[in-house]
Design a protein around this ligand. Structure first.
Ligand code: NAD
Length: 471
């Protein structure tokens, strides 16, 4: 049993003033594994003050100094890769391969940002003006529980590269992951106050960050619902706001695709991270002419997916993060049935042989219409909706008929044809014949999936403000 009751403020771990305690359970066993005492608004104010004291030196730091800081962060986080992976598994049941990937990414993002920074033009001539890209000021970095380490580190890499001190608020539902990452950040030995981390509720710590005049910029990853609250809260002080939000991604399988090859990838895209991924491809668009064949593949592949202990490399789907997530998914499965979708695999309840843990059955629905709730709302669990289409135009229309626009997947044996379809999709990223992202290219959403971009050059520019000097 661990017990966490400190925030990281001004270069030191300090006891929080907040008094609310939360028990944290391992979702595979439902056993309590630790407790955390949450920070409160006063703690947030202290962290914001510390970041403001650090900001002038951060803004004045040279490119070389920032690259050096990123290098130290990379080394410190790399040294804790295994701990980050284990915390991810223990705290929210992330399957081994995914948890390993997230923990590797947590250090790699510092390296790739440093590489990009080497050649970035902070100053450019435009006509008779010099345009200087200046740090926007102290940043509030607010992260979700489902990709805690990756989200914290990637935002931080961009902020440091731009010369911004930060106040980081990881999700109160991911304290162990946050603690391991924070210890690594401390090991990196950055100037005091350059990075501050505190765990607290959105309604007080999150709201303090979103409303404080001491914060110039918010970089938020989480649900669309919370993103709207943050955007509204930040308006009064005219904060620059980047929002990486919810998704309901479409996977478009074109009629020339080899189903035996692409459907396992499509299932992985849908069920990655136990279905708790913003980029999960949860609407699978299949040509009507190949529907029966596709259903056959999906039924067999979903049934063969191993549900179980997330520490086991053979496990494809681990437990959902919490009882709340489990119940949410059950509600959606019931709604899918009530609205007339046909169950192809999975269904309500735990899989056979499980009487505890937040395990659900990997579920595939066929005969889904794009106006059903299971096709419109982000479920955040392993539930896939298969939707038929007639021709390419209809596939594009269905894919685009969503309030969200985060990511899409296109599968075809003709890359040029896939590219043509990709260019018509209203989403921030399209992955063609692959499900692995390109992590130095911009990432973010169209429509209600967000505002702004993260990663690489675009990610850093979100923390910069252009200043024009004409003489
Ligand atoms: P959430 O919106 O509930 O919480 C995210 C963070 O916001 C947490 O740290 C939370 O404490 C904080 N928060 C809550 N209310 C707040 C408020 N009023 N003011 C300030 N902060 C507040 O999201 P979650 O459940 O942690 O994460 C899952 C969601 O995140 C899903 O919708 C998923 O799609 C999305 N997500 C998006 C991306 C992306 O890159 N687009 C990546 C991961 C997750």
């Amino acid at each position: 049993m661990w017990s966490l009751h400190q925030a990281y403020i001004d270069g030191a771990f300090v006891s929080v003033q907040g008094s609310e305690r939360l028990d944290v359970a391992n979702p595979a066993t439902e056993r309590v594994i630790g407790t955390v005492t949450l920070a409160n608004r006063e703690d947030a104010k202290r962290a914001i003050d510390a970041a403001n004291r650090a900001q002038p030196a951060m803004a004045a730091s040279t490119r070389a100094q920032r690259i050096e800081m990123l290098g130290r962060l990379e080394a410190a986080v790399l040294a804790r890769t295994d701990q980050i992976r284990d915390a991810t598994i223990e705290e929210y049941g992330g399957p081994l391969s995914r948890s390993q990937w997230v923990s590797n990414y947590a250090s790699q993002c510092f390296a790739s940002t440093a590489l990009m920074l080497k050649d970035y033009a902070f100053e450019r001539r435009m006509g008779e003006a010099t345009v200087m890209m200046e740090p926007v000021g102290v940043a509030g970095l607010i992260a979700p529980w489902n990709s805690a380490a990756g989200s914290i580190c990637s935002k931080l890499a961009s902020a440091i590269a731009a010369g911004c001190a930060s106040v980081v608020k990881p999700s109160e539902l991911g304290p162990l992951q946050a603690q391991v990452v924070t210890e690594a950040l401390h090991d990196a030995g950055l100037p005091a106050g350059a990075v501050n981390v505190l765990l607290g509720r959105g309604i007080d710590v999150g709201d303090e960050i979103s409303t404080s005049p001491g914060i110039a910029k918010i970089s938020f990853t989480g649900s669309t619902q919370t993103g709207k609250l943050i955007a509204r809260a930040g308006l009064e002080t005219m904060k620059r706001v980047s929002l990486a939000l919810s998704g309901k991604s479409a996977t478009v399988v074109l009629d020339d695709a080899d189903l035996a090859t692409v459907l396992p990838m499509a299932l992985n895209a849908a069920f990655m991270n136990n279905g708790q991924a913003c980029v999960a491809g949860t609407r699978l668009l299949i040509p009507a002419s190949r529907m029966q064949e596709a259903i056959g593949h999906l039924r067999a592949a979903a049934a063969a997916m191993r549900v179980g202990d997330p520490r086991d490399a053979a496990t494809a789907v681990g437990p959902l993060a919490s009882r709340a997530q489990f119940e949410r998914v059950q509600r959606f499965i019931r709604r899918g049935l009530a609205q007339g979708a046909t169950l192809v695999a999975g269904g309500e309840g735990r899989p056979k042989g499980f009487d505890k843990g937040w395990f659900v059955r990997p579920t595939v629905f066929a005969d889904v219409h794009n106006d059903m709730d299971i096709a419109r709302e982000e479920i955040f669990g392993p539930v896939l909706s298969v939707i038929g289409y007639g021709d390419e135009d209809e596939a594009v229309a269905i894919a685009n008929d969503s309030p969200y626009g985060l990511q899409a997947y296109v599968f075809s044996s003709q890359p040029q044809r896939a590219l043509r379809v990709a260019s018509r999709l209203l989403v921030g990223s399209v992955l063609v014949n692959r499900i692995a992202p390109e992590l130095i290219a911009p990432f973010g959403g169209f429509k209600q999936s967000g505002i702004g971009r993260e990663f690489g050059l675009f990610g850093m520019e979100a923390f910069l403000e252009p200043k024009t000097i004409a003489l």
